[in-house]
Design a protein around this ligand. Structure first.
Ligand code: AVJ
Length: 331
């Protein structure tokens, strides 16, 4: 028996599987719907295989990619205020990953001996269990209740619990939603919140365009590698023959829509075969695939988002340059 397995059994960390409340399209559905038809796109959720997740971690430590650093600083600075105000019986985090930034909240709890439950919600069981084990070592008082599932399938099946709950959604992942979809997601979140519950949301802000463009065009080319990796994901999953060398990374701030649009652009005319779907795609030279949108928000846009979700902002934490916001809201 491996050490890891022994520790799992000792600590008895088990995940609760959260069933979706609506159908979640799989890669095949998504490719048929979005990649085989024009304009071509693919959901950014497919970036995150093992290599993609590693590359994303590397993006976060490039000098150009400010969001992770600024959000961490904000959490370090304001976690105590958040915990003092919300006094959560449970912290529920959507898309928790390795729970790196969330540790600031646990530290703040520890500082005032406020013991609580942590329910990380994520799609990857491996990461969930390993992170939970790690956390149970680091914070012995922390009660862990990992939830395995995909928030794209809806939030209606999250386990009920005793209020007050602090919902946490960090990293400006909300930016991957089109504005209207972000509102819908927030409304859904709002509908599972009860009076006394809070939401802590990380949101990236509209700022000088050169800063935004640089953040998605780092000089080491990590973001380019991350973007191109989705072609390898498709190759592996669907037995396709995309040649990443024949595509170019592009990321540009669209000032009108106030969002970064990330694309892969075909360097030349080429035919790609997707064996498992028995389909082929002909790309003309310069034709692109939209791989990600990263919506940026003004202070006003943030207010609109929360108003539409019928949530009341109690605190708006931001850095001096207003590069990133942490919003605390209640129902
Ligand atoms: C994880 C969606 C917040 O939009 O900034 C980083 C992903 N893409 N660099 C973002 C990403 C390219 C990131 N989010």
């Amino acid at each position: 028996m491996t050490d890891e397995l022994m520790r799992i059994m000792e600590k008895q960390i088990a995940c609760t599987t959260i069933k979706p409340t609506r159908h979640i399209p799989d890669l095949t559905d998504d490719v048929r719907k979005s990649l085989l038809t024009q304009p071509r796109s693919i959901s950014p959720k497919y970036f995150y295989d093992k290599r993609g997740s590693d590359l994303f971690d590397q993006i976060c430590s490039t000098p150009e990619y400010y969001p992770t650093r600024v959000e961490s600083q904000l959490l370090a600075q304001f976690a105590r205020a958040v915990i003092a105000k919300t006094r959560p019986v449970q912290i529920m985090e959507l898309g928790s990953g390795y729970s790196v930034k969330t540790r600031h909240l646990f530290d703040a709890c520890e500082a005032i001996a406020h013991h609580c439950i942590y329910a990380p919600f994520d799609v990857c069981e491996d990461v969930l269990v390993n992170t939970a084990l790690q956390l149970s070592d680091e914070y012995e008082w922390l009660n862990l209740n990992p939830l395995l599932g995909d928030y794209h399938g809806g939030l209606g099946n999250l386990p009920s619990n005793t209020a007050p709950c602090l919902f946490v959604f960090l990293g400006s992942t909300i930016g991957n939603f089109e504005r209207a979809d972000a509102v819908q997601f927030m409304q859904e979140l709002s509908s599972v919140m009860r009076p006394g519950d809070h939401l802590l949301l990380g949101v990236d802000r509209v700022k000088p365009h050169d800063i935004l463009n640089a953040a998605y065009n780092d000089r080491q080319g990590v973001t380019a590698a991350f973007n191109l990796n989705v072609l390898q994901v498709l190759n592996k999953a669907l037995n396709a023959d995309f040649n990443p060398a024949e595509f170019m990374h592009s990321a540009l701030f669209n000032a009108e829509a106030e969002r970064i649009e990330m694309r892969l652009i075909a360097n030349s005319e080429q035919q790609v075969h997707i064996n498992d779907l028995n389909e082929s795609v002909l790309f003309s030279e310069g034709e692109d695939i939209l791989t990600e949108i990263s919506q940026k928000y003004t202070s006003h846009g943030i207010d609109e988002l929360f108003t539409a979700a019928r949530l009341t902002i109690t605190d708006h934490y931001e850095d001096e340059q207003a590069y990133f916001s942490l919003i605390l809201a209640t129902k």
